[in-house]
Design a protein around this ligand. Structure first.
Ligand code: PRP
Ligand code: ZN
Length: 296
């Protein structure tokens, strides 16, 4: 692999991950000179260039050294890793917290499901033959894998398969085709992928900086600043009810002996349930604010 001083990152050109991928990179401070319908976007703010490609091409481009990093579904990465022998030249570096979906088995609405053993010797249509074969092996079931390049959901109606193994996100595609989800093969989301080893030139520092910024963006996305007033006596109970985060800051309230003000950054999602539980424990005037930037 030749030395380069600019990092290249590949993302999906158009599809379910493309908008969120571009948004993530923008939040990391990357800007690109965007030429419409071009595959290559030159990085302006940093020496990091963007390649817009088909998601299925990302692992191979990393393996070939055409790009250094990629944003791709775990489903694509895992499928190709199984097909790449004992030591794939690419790996998952970070889960990115968007593009959640799952690779699932589904059967026609009217058929019964009696567990994995029930589909022995049936035909299963999929575009993920490696992941499916791996699942069948783990469940000690022998079935016939029908590998298709797309439109898997209509295979049962066409009579070419009895079961399908396909991505499910909202479930709308399954519902529209009178199919019922019966087992999960893989939980997936968008991931940052990279080579088996990081490049050992200028690009290493860039890749590390980008990963640090990605970690920061992901943290900020769920992090919230919680502010509230409470009786001093309820402090312990309320602190225990806060989702994970830094220890809270406690402040006196001018003119009040019994009450205190509490402020805490929560790095886990805070829900209505949390707020209601804290209210019951004595909290008042609760405020939950988004966090704009964070640097530990
Ligand atoms: C997947 C999958 C289904 C659909 C499921 O295709 O093959 O058709 O999404 O989503 P739903 O549960 O929200 O209806 P995708 O659009 O990812 O295309 P690709 O697999 O060809 O990249
Ligand atoms: Zn695709």
């Amino acid at each position: 692999m030749s030395a380069r001083d600019r990092l290249r990152i590949a993302i999906q050109k158009s599809g379910r991950l493309s908008d969120a991928s571009q948004d993530l990179l923008a939040r990391c401070g990357l800007t690109f000179r965007r030429s419409r319908d071009k595959l290559f976007c030159f990085g302006e703010s940093l020496p990091v260039d963007l390649l817009l490609v088909r998601d299925d091409d990302v692992p191979g481009m990393i393996a070939d050294g055409v790009c250094d990093l990629g944003i791709v579904g775990r489903n694509v990465l895992a499928e190709q890793a199984l097909g790449a022998g004992p030591e794939p030249a690419f790996r998952e570096l970070r889960a990115l917290g968007f593009g959640q979906c799952r690779l699932s088995l589904a059967v026609p609405q009217e058929s019964t499901w009696e567990g994995p053993a029930g589909i022995a010797s049936q035909r299963i249509a999929t575009t993920y033959p490696n992941l499916l074969a791996d699942w069948l092996r783990r469940h000690e079931v022998e079935a016939k894998i029908v590998t298709l390049s797309g439109s898997v959901e209509i295979a049962p109606r066409l009579g070419t398969a009895d079961v399908i193994c396909d991505l499910v996100s909202s479930g709308a595609t399954l519902a529209a085709n009178q199919l019922r989800e019966v087992a999960t093969v893989l939980e997936s989301e968008a991931v940052l992928a990279g080579g088996a080893a990081l490049p050992n030139d200028e690009r290493a520092g860039l890749a590390q900086m980008l990963m640090r910024r990605i970690d920061g963006v992901i943290q900020v996305r769920v992090s919230k600043l919680v502010m509230l007033h409470a009786p001093r006596a309820a402090l312990d109970a309320i602190t225990r009810l806060l989702p994970q985060g830094q220890p809270p800051t406690i402040m006196p309230i001018e003119g009040s002996v019994d009450d205190i003000a509490l402020q805490a950054v929560c790095t886990d999602a805070i829900t209505w349930q949390h707020l209601e539980d804290m209210k019951r424990a004595g909290a008042r005037q609760m405020l939950v604010l988004p966090v704009e930037q964070m640097l530990a």
